[in-house]
Design a protein around this ligand. Structure first.
Ligand code: BG6
Length: 490
């Protein structure tokens, strides 16, 4: 039997341990890993932050957030008690070199692999690496996990990567894109490469077009001043949407290794056709939400959110039409769409198959005869294949109907929890498996493509188009796909 437990204990250090991501996602994920027996018994989890507090106070704050963010039926005092014995706290001001000696005194390279998770703004990555090195806290085997955003554009991403690479070899750097940890995204690999049914037809001969939608009902959740410098293009497209696109479009790797997968993803990014200024009007739409209502609750426009200022041209919605210039995908449009304050939270990839070459049924039914494969990442993770069958009837001749073959993962075993993306990512980083993490050249290829598009927007003085909160984006995003005689899957 293969073991899923890392094969040696770790010293897991979480920098920025008091921050929102750590409290909301990372500690609950670690708790689940512990509960499932996936952490080595000797693994220690150490919060590192500048807040002055005792270990007891820190552990109490972690307990409060684990209780808040873990489903009630998953929390119990006995498990918590054992988990809390793994927890430690070190007070470190990331800008003060001398503070880092507590870390070198604490870590135990003899019997544990040191794994550092930087849940901090990238601006302090350099200081943390430099001071860890100067304090002699690093060993050859030490790993580092970096949160996004890795930069603001290609140049700034290079600066961050250059800095970190002075202290860590690429094989020790784990760049997070949490979408890669989602169950259904992982399942894409199995679906595509373990099923000849799909594998053989996954190309321009059979596929008409692909749609990728990542919609959220939330706005910018009190992060106005951060988000306004970033926008949806950098926040979601540069990372999550392009990674999804890579998983859909990549060629099969010859082996299921980290570099096998990442080499293939890189080729897709490099083959993505740039959206230049001349092609902007037909291929890219930016929007910004105005006041409206999401699921019956009224919400302010982007400019009126807490901290908001007038005159911002930052996009909260992006719709794109792009192509991949290679043999597999020649001529197949990929439509990408993502936005805040959409009518529902939903992420899905839809593969639309071409029609049969010759149509023999009632012409009135022609619109129905599209096979499509819907891969739903959230909510209700699952895969649905839309097929056409005959209606069961005596008197309706060859009346057709569109039916779904539905694989709903949450139905497989009602008691089985679908793990959060961070659980998988933390586990894989502890195991030393880089497959689910983004390599430097992928980040750079994706910034190169995004920079060109953002530059085109700047140069053409493109104004964001308003859309009411609770709708699917500006009208232009509908026109973007309808011009091709297609429509968004809803
Ligand atoms: C983050 C973005 O990377 O992903 C957020 O910074 C966004 O703005 C979030 O809300 C969405 O993640 P998920 O897993 O909820 O779809």
């Amino acid at each position: 039997m293969t073991t899923h437990i890392p094969d040696c204990p770790s010293d897991f250090l979480l920098f920025g341990a008091k921050g929102d991501l750590s409290m909301r996602k990372l500690f609950p994920a670690l708790y689940h890993l512990h509960k499932e027996g996936l952490l080595d018994p000797a693994t220690r989890i150490t919060g590192v932050a500048r807040v002055e507090e005792s270990s007891e106070q820190f552990i109490a704050s972690v307990k409060a957030s684990v209780k808040q963010f873990v489903p009630e039926n998953q929390f119990n005092e006995k498990t918590w008690g054992a988990f809390s014995e793994r927890l430690h706290y070190l007070k470190v001001d990331f800008s003060k070199a001398k503070d880092f000696s507590v870390i070198s005194d604490f870590v135990d390279h003899e019997s544990r692999v040191m794994v550092n998770y930087l849940a901090t703004p990238p601006a302090v990555y350099g200081d943390i690496c430099k001071h860890l090195k100067a304090a002699n806290a690093l060993a050859e085997s030490t790993r580092i996990i970096l949160e996004k955003p890795i930069g603001h554009d290609l140049e700034s991403s290079k600066v961050i990567n250059d800095t970190v690479s002075q202290y860590f070899a690429e094989e020790r750097i784990y760049r997070i894109d949490h979408y890669l940890g989602k169950e259904t995204v992982q399942n894409l690999i199995a679906l595509r490469f373990a099923n000849n049914l799909f594998g053989a037809q996954w190309n321009q001969n059979f596929i008409d077009h692909v749609q990728i939608t990542v919609a959220e009902t939330v706005g910018i959740e009190g992060r106005w001043s951060y988000y306004d410098k970033v926008g949806q293009m950098r926040d979601m497209v540069q990372n999550h949407l392009l990674q999804l696109l890579c998983m859909v479009a990549m060629d099969p790797p010859s082996q299921l290794t980290a570099d096998g997968i990442r080499d293939e993803k890189l080729k897709v990014l490099r083959a993505l056709r740039p959206i230049t200024q001349e092609k902007l009007a037909k291929n890219a739409v930016r929007g910004q939400y105005t006041a409206g209502a999401v699921r019956g609750t009224s919400c302010p426009g982007y400019l009126d959110e807490d901290g908001g200022k007038g005159g911002s041209n930052t996009e909260t919605f992006v719709a794109l039409r792009t192509k991949i210039d290679n043999w597999r995908w020649a001529g197949v449009p990929f439509y990408l769409r993502t936005g805040k304050r959409m009518p529902q939270k939903m992420s899905e990839i839809v593969i639309f198959y071409r029609n049969q070459p010759h149509y023999i049924f009632d012409p009135k039914q022609k619109a129905m005869v599209h096979n499509k494969l819907v891969i739903r990442l959230q909510p209700d993770e699952g895969i649905k294949l839309q097929v056409v069958t005959k209606e069961q009837s005596l008197d309706r001749g060859m009346a057709l109907q569109s039916r779904a073959l539905n694989l709903n993962f949450s139905d497989d075993d009602k008691d089985r929890r679908i793990p959060d993306a961070y659980e998988r990512l933390l586990l894989e980083a502890l195991k030393g498996n880089q497959s689910l993490f983004v390599r430097r050249d992928e980040i750079e290829a994706s910034w190169t493509w995004c920079d060109k598009l953002m530059q085109a927007w700047d140069e053409s003085h493109d104004e964001v188009k308003g859309y009411s909160a609770g709708t699917w984006g500006p009208i232009g995003s509908i026109a973007l796909i309808e011009r091709d005689g297609r429509s968004w899957h809803e």
